[in-house]
Design a binder for this molecule. Structure first.
Ligand code: SAH
Length: 214
């Protein structure tokens, strides 16, 4: 499709897993294997297939981006998935993170507010065998009450607070990972729902597009 031989893309993907992920501290073997299986070139615009395994976020149109592979891996690792989870992915974008989550969990519902991105993501997910992922056009800050609760929630757009609807849709012991902060600086934050209330831990610095709320 991209004109790049499949073997070459596979080599680049394997190199990305070793150099960008394992050497930088991603140690969850499930996450490393999942990132080694999902063809990122299928989730970027065709003209960017050649740079699909660069260590960077890439534009996907509509002023949005596909996240850097390392950040996708870090978020999946923080969610501690064992294959049994019902997962909510907020901000489908290209669908790449949804595909990786699908490799790691029982089911994935992904929400995107921009219809054309949701449609393209749907096609890429189908092409790559992730047809079980449900993609919905919706305001992800409200979650999906009809499908709650979720064992894990991944939010791929930045916000300065934990959206209350999302916290409420976590199971007891459920994990949410979100980039917290504004355009200036953000940090990945892991929030665990506990009977005593949210338990938060800050992790890596990151930079995401803003979560559009309301
Ligand atoms: N996970 C994506 C990266 C997405 S970028 C990937 O792997 O490619 C963030 C996405 O969140 C954008 O597509 C943006 O349109 C979407 N977004 C922002 N605010 C949103 C909201 N309130 N509800 C749903 N999607 C939202």
């Amino acid at each position: 499709m991209s004109g790049i031989p499949v073997g070459e893309l596979e080599r680049r993907r394997a190199r990305m897993v070793e150099h960008q992920l394992r050497r930088r501290g991603i140690s969850d073997e499930g996450v490393l294997a999942a990132m080694g299986r999902v063809p990122r070139e299928e989730f970027v615009p065709p003209e960017l297939a050649d740079v699909a395994y660069e260590d960077a976020a890439l534009p996907i149109g509509e002023s949005q981006t596909i996240s850097q592979p390392f950040i996708v891996a870090a978020m999946c690792e923080l969610l501690e998935l064992d294959g049994t989870e019902h997962v909510l992915d907020v901000g489908t974008g290209s669908g790449y993170a949804a595909a990786v989550l699908d490799e790691l969990a029982r089911s994935v519902l992904s929400l995107e507010r921009i219809p054309v991105l949701a449609e393209r993501a749907r096609l890429a997910l189908d092409r790559t065998g992730h047809d079980g992922v449900e993609v919905r056009i919706a305001d992800g800050s409200l979650g999906a009450p009809d499908r709650a609760p979720f064992d894990a929630i991944s939010v791929a757009a930045a916000t300065d607070h934990v959206p209350p609807a999302l916290y409420e849709q976590l199971t007891e012991g459920g994990r949410m990972v979100l980039p917290r902060g504004g355009r200036g600086g953000q940090r990945l934050v892991r929030v665990v729902r506990t009977p005593e209330g949210p338990e938060e831990t800050a992790s890596l610095a990151c930079r995401f597009v803003p979560l559009v709320e309301g």
